[in-house]
Structures are given as structure tokens and as C-alpha cells.
Design a protein around this ligand. Structure first.
Ligand SMILES: Nc1ncnc2c1ncn2[C@@H]1O[C@H](COP(=O)(O)OP(=O)(O)O)[C@@H](O)[C@H]1O
Ligand SMILES: [Mg+2]
Length: 284
């Protein structure tokens, strides 16, 4: 095992608040894993992202207890800027990601690379490649602020993955996308996984998490209440208690089980659902 991110008994409170946003949280994430984070609004998902990226407490201040380790070193001990090389963080609101100093989408995607002093020819090559991957090539000459929410989300993703960080923290990247755009974002993230990147994705679309994520973390009131393989966690009706829906496949599976189908566990992926339905038909 190659642990990339580790939380040890982490608690965190924002400045001037009484209730901690994160409480007693411990887990570790392995290199190359695709981790999905679910939980209702205010359960601490964005705060968890900010803790891993080091924005909390380095930038937001507040009070941290326990430790957040990236490659074994506490985030508070990293030099400013050092974590930004290792961790790409796509904000929940893509508007916050746009630099505001560049006039075109092309320049915006190139911006981070310029800051890191990458040679011009390589910048061009990488920007063209990433704009293709994120389907924003046609927008290259547009002003970033003229884009729709969904286009801004793809731009935000592009401007991060172009930097090739080892770790990707992505906070609700599809909230403003249609189903097709959403599927394409998941495909992009899948490409990142093939490159052995460690991915933490906050996402409400459990049907897609079921297809793509390896492990699910469930947050509730700032605590980690469940962590396990997607197949197990997303099939469990207790998720509803935490304000998280089950994938449609699992809902159907649970209904079939109630109708007497003997299934070890409800399906969560499409493939598993088809297999379960075949058995249901055969048994009848
Ligand atoms: N900047 C902030 N200052 C104070 N409290 C905050 C701040 N951001 C979030 N919180 C609080 O922290 C808790 C967790 O919020 P957040 O991490 O944004 O949850 P989620 O992303 O799951 O919706 C909530 O109670 C929220 O009100
Ligand atoms: Mg959030």
C-alpha cells in the first residue's frame, strides 16, 4: 500500500464558530484510488477538501486538531506553494477558480503553467491537449467570464489537470452540467485514474459514483460515518439516514429482495443490475 493522504483524529473549526465543521476524522487514501465523498449539505465535504489541500487552516485560519498528512508530512509543515504542485483542487464554485487576469480560455488554461515556468512550446502543446480532453477547444478565444456555468466547470477542471498534479480534489464538478456533460466529466476523471492519480471526488450523483468510484466516504455532521467499497456502501439503505440517495440500481435491487429474490446484496452498477434482473426472471 502506498498511502498518499492520511487524516489522524482530525478536528477543525472555522474562526469564530462554536461547532466544529470536522470532528474526530481518521482515514487513509491510497495512491491511484478513486474516492467518492457523499453527505448532505453542510456535512463537511468542502471543508474536508480544504483541509487536504491545506487551505484550512493555512489560509482560512481556524483551529485544527490532529493531523492531515500528505505523503506523510503534515499540511501545516509544507512551504506555501509546495502543496499546489502536488494537489489539484477544483472548487465547488468554478467562478472562484477563474484567475480574472486572462482574457481568453486558452490563456486561462495556460496560466498555471506560466506560473510554474514551463517552456512556451510545452505550454501550448499541453493546453491544446487538455482543451481537447475537456471539450473546450471551441471556446479557446472566449472570455472565461462569458462562459455558462457548465463551461466554466470544464474550464476549471482543465486549468487544474493541465498542471498534472498527483492528487486531484474535485468538489461537485458537475452541479451545473447536463447528463451528457456530467458523463464526460466522469470520463475525464477516469482518464486521470488510469494515470495513477489519487482522486477525491465530492459528488451527489450516486449512480455515476457507483460506476466509477472504488471507495465511498460518507460524511454526516462533520464526521466520517461510513467508508468502504462502493458496491457495499452504495447498496446500504442506511445511507438514507444520512440524507444520501441510493443509486437507482440499488433501489431496484432492494425492491426485488423484498419481493423474495435471494440476492447477496443489491446491485449498484448497471452490469450488476442486469445480472440480478436476469436471475429474477429465471427464478420466476
Ligand atoms: N468559511 C466558513 N466559515 C464558517 N463556517 C463555515 C465556513 N464554510 C463552511 N462552514 C460551516 O462548516 C460546516 C461544513 O460546511 P461544508 O464543508 O461547506 O459542507 P458541505 O460541503 O458538505 O456542504 C457547515 O456547518 C458550514 O456552515
Ligand atoms: Mg460543499
Amino acid at each position: 500500500m502506498d498511502t498518499v493522504i492520511e487524516l489522524k483524529n482530525v478536528g477543525y473549526s472555522y474562526p469564530l464558530t462554536d461547532n466544529p465543521a470536522i470532528q474526530d476524522m481518521s482515514f487513509s487514501l491510497e495512491r491511484g484510488g478513486f474516492y467518492g465523498v457523499v453527505g448532505k449539505n453542510g456535512s463537511g465535504k468542502t471543508t474536508l477538501c480544504a483541509l487536504i489541500r491545506g487551505f484550512a487552516p493555512n489560509f482560512y485560519k481556524g483551529t485544527l486538531t490532529g493531523s492531515v498528512l500528505i505523503h506523510g508530512k503534515p499540511t501545516v509543515d509544507y512551504e506555501p506553494g509546495e502543496l499546489s504542485l502536488r494537489i489539484g483542487y477544483v472548487f465547488q464554485n468554478p467562478f472562484n477558480q477563474i484567475s480574472g487576469v486572462k482574457d481568453t480560455v486558452f490563456e486561462e488554461v495556460a496560466f498555471g503553467l506560466e506560473n510554474f515556468g514551463v517552456p512556451v512550446e510545452e505550454i501550448e502543446r499541453r493546453v491544446i491537449e487538455i482543451m481537447e480532453l475537456t471539450s473546450i477547444t471551441a471556446l479557446a478565444e472566449k472570455n472565461p467570464f462569458e462562459l455558462s456555468g457548465g463551461q466554466q466547470q470544464r474550464l476549471a477542471l482543465a486549468s487544474i489537470i493541465v498542471l498534472k498534479p498527483d492528487i486531484l480534489i474535485i468538489d461537485e464538478p458537475t452541479s451545473q452540467l447536463d447528463p451528457e456533460g456530467t458523463e464526460s466529466v466522469f470520463e475525464i476523471i477516469k482518464t486521470m485514474k488510469k494515470e495513477k492519480k489519487t482522486i477525491l471526488l465530492v459528488e451527489h450523483k450516486v449512480d455515476l459514483l457507483a460506476e466509477y468510484a472504488d471507495v465511498i466516504l460518507v460524511l454526516d455532521e462533520g464526521r466520517l460515518v461510513r467508508m468502504g467499497p462502493s458496491d457495499e456502501v452504495l447498496a446500504d439503505e442506511r445511507l438514507i439516514d444520512y440524507g444520501v440517495q441510493l443509486p437507482q440500481t440499488a433501489q431496484l435491487g432492494n425492491a426485488l429482495i423484498r419481493q423474495g429474490l435471494s440476492l447477496e446484496r443489491p446491485p449498484v452498477t448497471e452490469e450488476q443490475a442486469v445480472a440480478a434482473l436476469r436471475r429474477f426472471v429465471e427464478v420466476r
